[in-house]
Design a protein around this ligand. Structure first.
Ligand code: DC
Length: 211
């Protein structure tokens, strides 16, 4: 048997944090700045929820369908329909099903494997999907600022941020936590560029070559 060609592991920058903390804007801008791929893992969980509500599938089948349909491209915006109120209201429950998490975690790892570098945002990227990456960030903001940010998002339906955070932080499988080795940034008073600048500074300190 031939030796398998060993592929270098992708560089993964993990951006986690609570709902509407500004993760997506930061992750997208950071990916552009680094020339990496951008993956919004929340979009994958939202898509699974869409398949439950719209397609009438059970959670496992919905996760399989979402994983199959997921085609992230650099900088792509998730479909606005994934931010409707009914998705916001059910996504945390669907995301707390262990089988859903296992399937979608596999898909996220497989997607990263196709890229030389990736900025991936979510809830458990640094703690569970890529615990081995040295580049972990937890982006927070006050509830007031997060509510304002969600309110300013075009097409976003009503969204009970506190309820989602509670469910996401207390589920048994890979809850939202601050990974031990994550760098925490409170973005309440920072611009997107300000947060990206802080992240880049930290990445350089950790030895990542940033052109
Ligand atoms: O990032 P977002 O708010 O669009 O994510 C929507 C939901 O998806 C979030 O409330 C919980 C779930 N999610 C998750 O459980 N794990 C992730 N890595 C990303 C999102």
């Amino acid at each position: 048997m031939e030796n398998p060609v060993s592929q270098p592991a992708p560089v993964v920058v993990a951006i986690d944090g609570p709902a509407a903390s500004g993760k997506s804007s930061v992750a997208r801008a950071l990916a552009r700045r680094l020339g990496y791929g951008y993956v919004n893992s929340g979009a994958l969980y939202r898509s699974a929820t869409w398949f439950v509500l719209e397609g009438g599938l059970d959670a496992r089948a919905a996760a399989l369908a979402a994983a199959h349909a997921f085609q992230p491209t650099a900088g792509a915006e998730p479909d606005p329909s994934l931010f409707e109120a009914r998705i916001n209201a059910h996504v945390s429950a669907v995301s707390s099903v262990p089988e859903v998490r296992a399937l979608l975690t596999d898909r996220l790892r497989a997607v990263a494997d196709t890229l030389p570098g990736v900025v991936m945002e979510g809830r458990d990227i640094g703690s569970a999907v890529f615990p081995q990456t040295p580049y972990k960030f937890y982006i927070d903001a006050s509830l007031e600022v997060r509510a304002q940010r969600r309110g300013g998002q075009t097409g976003a339906g009503s969204d009970d941020l506190q309820a989602r955070d509670r469910t996401d932080s207390t589920r048994r499988t890979s809850p939202l936590i601050i990974a031990e080795d994550a760098h925490v940034i409170d973005s309440s008073r920072l611009t997107i560029d300000g947060v990206v600048g802080e992240v880049i500074g930290r990445l350089k300190l950790k030895g990542l070559v940033v052109e």
